[in-house]
Write a protein that binds this ligand. Sequence first.
Ligand SMILES: [Zn+2]
Length: 191
Amino acid sequence: MKRIFVLLFASLSLQSCFSQNTNNKTTMDNKKNPAYSRTDNSKVVLKEDEWKNILSPEVYYISRQKGTERPYTSKFENFKEIGTYYCGACGNPLFKSDTKFDAGCGWPSFYEPISKSSIIYLPDNTLGMKRTEVECGRCKGHLGHVFDDGPPPTGLRYCINGVVLDFEKAQAAEKKYENENSKVKSEKSKG
Ligand SMILES: [Zn+2]
């Protein structure tokens, strides 16, 4: 009986190890998405059925069908980590965490995109409202809308569906850099 417990425990801890390794789920999933790149800024033009094949149903619904996630459901709504937000469909850098603010509207909100190539603006007169839709500047995927009731310095509120955001912690990038550095150092000391 004891042995069974030990085995069970061992397999559970193995499982948790495994899930830690696959923690960066979006990155894993994105391996199946050939359009995804956080460094390539060339435009992505794919047919709708191609998008359907490479995006998860949730991302496809928002990005390609201009869907809207239910308010207050995004893990990013009250998320305070420091880092960069990317387009979940193509990896285009969209927003820095220091431009994120608590709008209280139910969706992650930012006052300024990273660069001009982050965002495309389109008039949206659906649902009897005059709004400005924001799309990803690289893949033209729907992200959300921009309103002019944001905080300074821009006065804008980019109201974004969290489903189509990918986040990378700033520290993760630094750690990677440190690891590379210490590897070089230890290799040098070996030689
Ligand atoms: Zn994109």
